[in-house]
Structures are given as structure tokens and as C-alpha cells.
Design a protein around this ligand. Structure first.
Ligand SMILES: CC(C)(COP(=O)(O)OP(=O)(O)OC[C@H]1O[C@@H](n2cnc3c(N)ncnc32)[C@H](O)[C@@H]1OP(=O)(O)O)[C@@H](O)C(=O)NCCC(=O)NCCS
Length: 162
């Protein structure tokens, strides 16, 4: 299936509320970046940030024109680095390789269009699906202090320029 990534819009914001439908799902998705319940005020602020050079966010659409995913990249353009986050595939569309496809496109754009050299992220160590996804895409865990704590936030990085 082909995926088309388009900039996140106000019309897409309601999708996030339907895909993230419990406090636990919200925490897994974005840690404490948003508070439960996800509401218009928080989504409007997120959208406004997305329209600045500090962040890019996208909705992924499948070949049938259905929205199936979301992803965001917080940018530090002077440092040529980015922080990947808000990675989400609609619950009904999971385990079909869509997250891999979506993130490959973002990483390609980050390297080619934005000329980033490095992308990092944070993921809960017990989020098996996400850790597997990032490993599959070449992210490497940075074993920092507190490696024995469970669950903990694992920092992962990937160099983009070869
Ligand atoms: C994490 C998430 C984005 C993965 O999306 P997806 O489209 O289902 O992932 P893919 O189908 O592309 O699979 C990617 C890899 O993860 C593995 N994977 C996906 N779901 C898994 C699960 N529930 N358990 C174990 N492995 C899983 C796949 O097997 C694949 O690895 P493989 O190629 O070695 O087989 C999705 O589960 C999600 O939206 N979760 C809720 C939000 C979240 O946790 N976001 C990340 C925050 S850091």
C-alpha cells in the first residue's frame, strides 16, 4: 500500500482524538506532551506550533484516501537535528508495516529536504511495538543512567548523512 504524507491540518486534529481514546493510550503516544483529555485548546496550540519552523507534523493517507497515521518532527535547524515524536498509526491499521513506511518517508525528507544530520527520539522501554519499529529503522538506544528502571524512557538516535 502506498502512503501519502501531507501536512497536519485543523481538519485532521479530530482524528487524533478518536485514535487516542484513553489516558493510557495518550501516555504511550506522547508521554506528558499532552494532558488527558486531548482537547481543542491543546490541539490548536499543537497546530500553531506545527506552522512554525520549529516543528513539522504530517497525516499519513493510504491509497484509498483514508487517514491512517500521524507523525511529527521537532526541528533544530541550526544544529541540523530533529526530534521525532507523536508517532501514531490508527488502531485499526496497525501491524501492516504502515509505521515503517511513514517513518521512512519522514527520515528521507529530513535528510534530503531539511538536510538534517541526526534524528533522536524518546520511547518507553515497555512499548514493545515502538521500540521494535525504531530499531527496524536503524535507531540505536543510548544506554544512559537509570537503565535498570522499568519502564523508563529510552533515548534513541539515528545519523542521517553518510
Ligand atoms: C508503534 C506503532 C506506531 C507501530 O505501528 P505499526 O504500523 O503497527 O508498525 P509496523 O506494522 O510498521 O511494524 C513495525 C515493527 O514493529 C513490530 N510491531 C508492531 N506492533 C507490534 C506489537 N504489538 N508487538 C510486537 N511487535 C510489534 C512489527 O512486527 C515490525 O517489526 P518487524 O518488521 O521486525 O516485524 C503503533 O503500534 C502505534 O501507533 N502505537 C501507539 C502509539 C505509540 O506507541 N507511538 C510511539 C510512541 S514512542
Amino acid at each position: 500500500m502506498t502512503l501519502d504524507l501531507r501536512p497536519f491540518t485543523g481538519a485532521d486534529a479530530a482524528l487524533l482524538k478518536t485514535w487516542v481514546d484513553t489516558p493510557a493510550a495518550l501516555r504511550l503516544w506522547c508521554g506528558d506532551a499532552f494532558r488527558w483529555p486531548l482537547d481543542e485548546e491543546q490541539l490548536a496550540a499543537y497546530l500553531a506550533e506545527t506552522r512554525t519552523p520549529a516543528r513539522g507534523s504530517w497525516t499519513a493517507w493510504d491509497g484509498r484516501g483514508r487517514a491512517v497515521g500521524h507523525v511529527s518532527l521537532q526541528l533544530d535547524l541550526p544544529a541540523r537535528s530533529g526530534r521525532l515524536g507523536r508517532v501514531l498509526i490508527a488502531p485499526h491499521a496497525r501491524r501492516r508495516g504502515l509505521a515503517v513506511q511513514m517513518l521512512r518517508q519522514v527520515l528521507e525528507a529530513a535528510a534530503a529536504d531539511m538536510t538534517l544530520r541526526r534524528v533522536e527520539l524518546g520511547v518507553y522501554s515497555d512499548n514493545v511495538a515502538a521500540v521494535r519499529l525504531y530499531e527496524r529503522l536503524g535507531f540505536v538506544a543510548d544506554d544512559g543512567p537509570g537503565a535498570q528502571e522499568q519502564p523508563r524512557v529510552v533515548r534513541m538516535t539515528r545519523d542521517l548523512q553518510r
